[in-house]
Design a binder for this molecule. Structure first.
Ligand SMILES: Nc1ncnc2c1ncn2[C@@H]1O[C@H](COP(=O)(O)OP(=O)(O)OP(=O)(O)O)[C@@H](O)[C@H]1O
Length: 308
């Protein structure tokens, strides 16, 4: 049984359509990265899964239970790191943890949890004095209470420095190794590629790709980003480059001097030849293997940048 099934989900806020007929599944035991730029609809999806908001259409089940009818049971088995940090200024980390432990009726040790997230030193300090990263660590510790079957982490790296982000990924791996399903959202490919089994890419409320990290890598596979610095470029020349059979996309980056950026799946010399045949002077060029970040960008930003 999948851990999460999202089926035909739509959500409108007044005239804003935040989610449009969204369907996907998160399998039990996997780490699923929910990736999309700001405003794509990630938090809205998470809020519907947790029944914090009601959808306009569609259905969500968690461990086979309807998200609306069984929200209490679902939340009891789920650890949530919500978007935006909501700590209580006057309570210490220990008190936050004690509250979460009481609410879930578990016997966790606050010190052990805070040690895991690297916040043991501040256990008896009031959260009002915490940095963003410290608050984020505290919220993560609260999400871990009760060894939940499902962890839902909304942008868990917010406010964390690179070390903190690495530690967070380590905790995701440990939780997954213990058997938890992890669903976490991010707008940064780098954050998800290191830990996720599969990635779903959300754009404007629609899922535009769901694949394994390997599968996404393959779709970038073989492709190379070619950057050619030229003395000038015009629409006809750019169109001719785009029309070459090995070129997937071509855009122009910058103006002075212009740089033609092409995704090439094969011969790079054809691009250089096409430009030279048109009397365009090639001042420099470089090649780079397309990265997962390039794949993410091509799905989420529209690949074309008009020639200027
Ligand atoms: N309460 C609300 N009222 C009106 N519009 C909303 C509300 N919440 C979200 N939206 C809109 O719905 C769309 C999706 O927002 P959502 O917060 O789900 O995206 P997100 O992918 O989580 O973005 P971010 O990465 O910035 O958190 C956006 O256009 C947003 O402006």
């Amino acid at each position: 049984m999948p851990a999460i099934t999202v089926d035909g989900l739509s959500k409108s806020y007044g005239r804003t359509l935040a989610l449009e007929d969204l369907s996907f599944q998160v399998e039990e035991g996997e780490v699923f990265g929910f990736l999309g730029p700001n405003g794509a609809g990630k938090s809205t999806t998470i809020n519907v899964i947790l029944d914090f908001i009601r959808p306009t259409n569609g259905q969500v089940t968690v461990h086979g239970m309807d998200a609306q009818a069984h929200s209490r049971d679902i939340r009891a088995r789920t650890g949530v790191l919500p978007e935006g940090v909501e700590t209580y200024d006057r309570l210490t980390a220990r008190q936050h943890l004690e509250f979460a432990i009481d609410s879930k009726g578990t016997t966790d040790d606050p010190e052990a949890l805070l040690e895991r997230v690297g916040l043991l030193d501040a256990i008896d300090k009031k959260a009002g004095g915490y940095s963003k990263g410290m608050s984020q660590r505290l919220m993560l510790a609260m999400a871990l209470v009760g060894e939940p079957d499902l962890l839902i982490l909304d942008e868990p790296s917010t406010g964390l420095d690179p070390n903190g982000a690495r530690e967070m990924r380590e905790i995701v791996r440990e939780e997954n190794a213990r058997g938890a399903t992890v669903f976490f959202s991010s707008h940064i490919m780098e954050q998800v590629e290191a830990v996720c089994d599969r990635v779903g890419i959300l754009r404007d409320g629609e899922m535009v790709a769901v694949d394994t990290v390997e599968g996404l890598r393959d779709s970038a596979g073989g492709a190379t980003t070619l950057r050619v610095t030229v003395d000038r470029i015009d629409d006809d020349a750019l169109a001719a480059v785009r029309a070459l059979s090995d070129v997937t996309t071509a855009t122009v980056d910058g103006q002075d001097p212009p740089v033609v950026v092409a995704q090439v799946d094969g011969s790079k010399t054809a691009v250089l030849g096409e430009l030279e045949d048109r009397g365009i002077e090639i001042r420099d060029f470089s090649t780079r293997e397309a990265s997962l970040e390039d794949v993410f960008q091509s799905y989420t930003t529209g690949t074309e940048v008009e020639a200027q």
